[in-house]
Design a protein around this ligand. Structure first.
Ligand code: AMP
Length: 474
């Protein structure tokens, strides 16, 4: 998973991009970068491994200054975690111009398209990252086939299979485009900029998630349509180049887990969906007797709203029995089980005395390998809980995601390997319930617009479409 940002026609756009990236840091913590078009017309790129606040330092942002900027935070799902694979990618065009591109999503016909460019057209690649592939394909149509850049983007969009929410700088213009299924979010904002010493102006802001807009003083205008290409150019309002939609396949896991609760995406408020998931789970639960010893606990922070929705519907006390250390990085992507177990132990701690004699409804957003909940159930039991009933906001994760969410292959997915009873026993929980896929019919405004493939194996692309060398290589 990754996050993208773009700012057009705002003085010191690089500062806003850095701020947007900071507010979508949860989408990628491995590396980050920016590209800026300077006043002299050069496009400069700076990227590094690590968090936004450690890479995009004030002295860097001061040097990389301009009114047109894009940026990226990376969470590797394909290709090694190194600076070469980080984004944006600067691509040289024949006439000496540079284009810079960054993208969120996974391209499932990556190998096929790359091989074609390398073997048939003599292109060379610097990285193994699909953002670079997108840039090189655009360059191919533009330079080799002499297509205007907007048409080159359209041709590229038609060739790519999979998920891509992409921004690019080309000369003094910026483009934003999205795959025809609109797997990943892509929001557009508007900013009235008071000029910092110059004339007042109006700018446009792109971000993976709308939570970034308030933080940089922008207003959320709308989301990019499936298959839409938009163009930003000086002294003109944003124009739509083309829209070529296919069946929507919004990633439901964005709403369940990945996106921030203060974002609005796919025509939903994220926090509201999570609340409704909790309420739905509560309505399915008629077998836990009420009582003063019953308490609903979230696994902070990702399941807070689901737990709140559950508690409100059930009229059971909600409380924060677990504390989370915010300085522990992502444990999910650590390379082996021992390190993941250690990470969970460092991340969560029960409040002393809190759980003694309590019956606990322990709510989490999802179970992937089972690492987090196995540790937490044992922690809560050790802290004195009498009963632990685990409730999960997602359906059972039984299939890998090929569109940008980092899920392991199915032999590591606990729900693909074990029955409900076996998972309950593995977690050492007293009971376990997931939210079934069909329950989302009453939760989501547009149930038929989503990809549920990791829950029901109903992939829009078939095995013949795939040419991905590896799922994830760290
Ligand atoms: P696990 O411990 O393997 O069962 O993973 C489940 C927990 O990790 C969930 O509670 C989520 O909060 C988090 N999670 C789920 N999917 C992902 C993902 N793709 N990347 C990072 N964290 C995730």
């Amino acid at each position: 998973m990754c996050g993208i940002a773009g700012v057009f026609n705002v003085a010191n756009a690089q500062n806003l991009v850095a701020n947007i990236l900071f507010s979508i840091q949860h989408r990628g913590q491995e590396s980050c970068g920016i590209s800026v078009r300077t006043e002299s017309g050069n496009v400069l790129t700076y990227k590094g491994m690590g968090l936004v606040k450690h890479v995009l330092l004030p002295q860097i942002l001061e040097k990389y200054s301009g009114k047109i900027a894009i940026g990226h935070v990376r969470y590797p799902t394909a290709g090694k975690s190194n600076v070469v694979n980080s984004q944006p990618h600067s691509i040289e065009l024949a006439e000496g111009a540079h284009m810079s591109v960054c993208s969120n999503g996974d391209i499932i016909n990556y190998s096929e398209l790359r091989n074609e460019l390398e073997t048939e057209h003599g292109f060379t690649f610097k990285s193994d990252n699909d953002g670079e592939l997108i840039g090189r394909l655009i360059a191919f149509h533009h330079v080799v086939h002499k297509k205007p850049i907007a048409e080159a983007i359209f041709e590229t969009q038609q060739q790519l299979k999979g998920a891509f929410s992409t921004v690019l700088i080309y000369r003094d213009t910026m483009y934003g485009f999205r795959d025809p299924h609109a797997f990943r979010p892509f929001s557009i904002g508007h900013i009235s900029w008071d000029g910092e010493g110059e004339m007042p102006s109006e700018g446009t802001v792109f971000a993976s998630e709308s939570c970034a807009f308030g933080i940089v003083g922008a207003r959320h205008v709308r989301d990019l349509e499936p298959g839409e290409i938009v163009k930003l150019e000086k002294s003109k309002p944003m124009s739509v180049v083309k829209i070529s939609p296919k069946k929507r396949q919004h990633c439901v896991f964005e709403l369940i887990y990945f996106s921030r609760p203060d974002s609005e995406l796919f025509d939903e408020y994220v926090y509201d969906v999570r609340n409704k998931i909790g309420a739905t789970l509560a309505r399915m639960d008629n077998d836990i007797p009420a009582g003063d010893d019953l308490v609903v606990i979230s696994v902070p922070d990702s399941s807070n709203f689901v737990a709140l929705g559950y508690a409100e519907e059930k009229k059971v006390r909600f409380d924060m029995g677990l504390l989370r250390n915010h300085y522990v990085g992502r444990t999910f992507t650590r390379p082996d089980q021992a390190q993941r177990d250690e990470g969970v132990r460092q991340k969560f701690n029960p409040l002393p005395g809190f759980f003694k004699g309590k019956r606990v409804i322990l709510v989490d957003d999802s179970i992937v390998r089972g690492t987090t909940l196995k540790k937490i159930v044992s922690m809560v039991r050790g802290a004195g809980a009498k009963e632990i009933h685990v409730r999960i906001g997602s359906p059972r994760v039984i299939g890998s995601c090929y569109y940008g969410i980092d899920t392991p292959t199915s032999n590591e997915l606990i729900a693909a390997q074990k029955s409900l009873e076996e998972i309950t026993a593995y977690l050492k929980a007293d009971s376990l319930k997931y939210t079934p896929v069909d329950a989302f019919q009453s939760i989501l405004k547009h149930f038929n617009r989503y990809c549920f493939a990791c829950f029901n194996l109903d992939y829009i692309y078939q095995p013949a479409d795939f040419s991905i060398p590896t799922k994830r290589v760290n």
